[in-house]
Design a protein around this ligand. Structure first.
Ligand SMILES: O=C(O)CCC(=O)C(=O)O
Ligand SMILES: [Fe+2]
Length: 339
């Protein structure tokens, strides 16, 4: 599901793959500038749905583009006619909430016993964000133990090592609540875990409500936090390991703007491309649970990233480290009812 720089051989075989390739970041090969500064290839973004401007236009004129409607019970929630069960809530999270969940994603959600993509190589890694801030280095102690040291101390140990800032850049996911086992593509209830923090549960319940079967309340039991840097993508996939697909996945976007592809039940169905900005929440319930989706692109350039307000809010904080991280990154927290 996770890719960093390569698209697999069947890149052009399906409509979904073609759309992924269309939006993915590629660099100019023969540009006279390319030796000095890599230039991204221009991409035609004219058919990317922008729910932020759709919402502004709708609030001003009452008019919606073809194929888009608002939810019956809430005119600030948008639906796509041929994708029942999909809901887009632009600007669902306040700036303050966005900052809170960025801080939590970096300092608390990646802490053991929550697992991350680094577990498989290094075992549990504690305090990654603070260690990166302090320029620490992770050093192999013995066959299966790794520990952070200050840079100078690490140099004296002639062991395998990797800097915390490299590991932070390579942090791709962490799992909260019930732990998802990527190798078995299933939840492993035997793994130690903490419950999802109550404030996150309340937020997920509030936003899930519009997509819930009548009279039922969403139960947040597991969550995946995805961390994206420039060039990182999330390949087309289904989230089908939860028992009851009538319950939504609640997906929150933080940081740099991304392109999200919402396909159909077959990868042959041409996907809808849409922007996801910091503070947007997306719900996928019912039939939309059977639709392929993915993230082929994030934008970190000033013109497209759209995080000016967030960056300035975070840069009031000591050390600027959250602002530094988020200006080249995107975080997605998606929350699931597992049973
Ligand atoms: O990053 C996103 O917006 C989507 C994440 C997603 O689909 C997933 O983790 O299953
Ligand atoms: Fe997903």
């Amino acid at each position: 599901m996770y890719e960093s720089a390569t698209v697999s051989d069947d890149a052009d075989r399906t409509a979904f793959r073609r759309a992924e390739k269309n939006y993915k970041l590629y660099y100019e090969q023969d540009s006279k500038f390319s030796r000095k500064k890599k230039l991204p290839k221009p991409v035609d973004l004219s058919s990317v749905l922008d729910f932020n401007s759709i919402s502004q236009d709708f609030n001003r004129t009452g008019v919606l583009p073809d194929g888009i409607r608002v939810a019956e019970s809430d005119s600030q929630v948008f639906c796509i006619e041929n994708r029942p069960g999909f809901y887009f809530i632009p600007n669902a999270l306040s700036l303050e909430e966005q900052c809170k969940w960025i801080r939590e994603s970096l300092t608390s959600f990646s802490q053991p016993p929550n697992r991350t993509n680094h577990n498989a190589i290094y075992g549990p890694v504690a305090d990654l964000f603070d260690s990166a801030k302090a320029n620490k280095v992770l050093v192999q102690e013995d066959a299966n133990g790794w520990k952070f040291y200050d840079g100078e101390e690490a140099k004296q140990r002639s062991c395998k090592s990797v800097s915390a800032s490299v590991l932070l850049r390579k942090l791709r996911w962490s799992t909260l609540g019930l732990q998802f086992d990527w190798s078995k593509r299933n939840y492993d209830v035997s793994l130690p875990h903490n419950n999802i923090p109550d404030a996150l549960c309340q937020l997920a319940k509030k936003h899930a409500a519009i997509a819930m079967p009548a009279g039922e309340e969403f139960r947040p039991e597991g969550a995946i936090v995805n961390y994206f840097g420039l060039g990182d993508t999330l390949g087309g996939h289904l989230d089908d390991m939860e028992a009851d697909w009538s319950k939504p996945i609640v997906s929150m976007s933080l940081g740099c703007k991304a392109i999200f592809l919402l396909g159909g039940k077959s990868k042959e169905d041409p996907p809808h491309a849409m922007y996801l900005r910091s503070g947007d929440v997306v719900l996928m319930a019912g039939e939309a649970r059977e639709c392929f989706h993915g993230v082929p692109r994030i934008f970190i350039d000033e013109e497209n990233a759209d995080i000016g307000a967030l960056e300035s809010e975070l840069s009031h904080e000591s050390g600027h480290s959250f602002a530094e991280y988020i200006k080249t990154s995107r975080i997605n927290i998606n929350i699931r009812q597992v049973f």
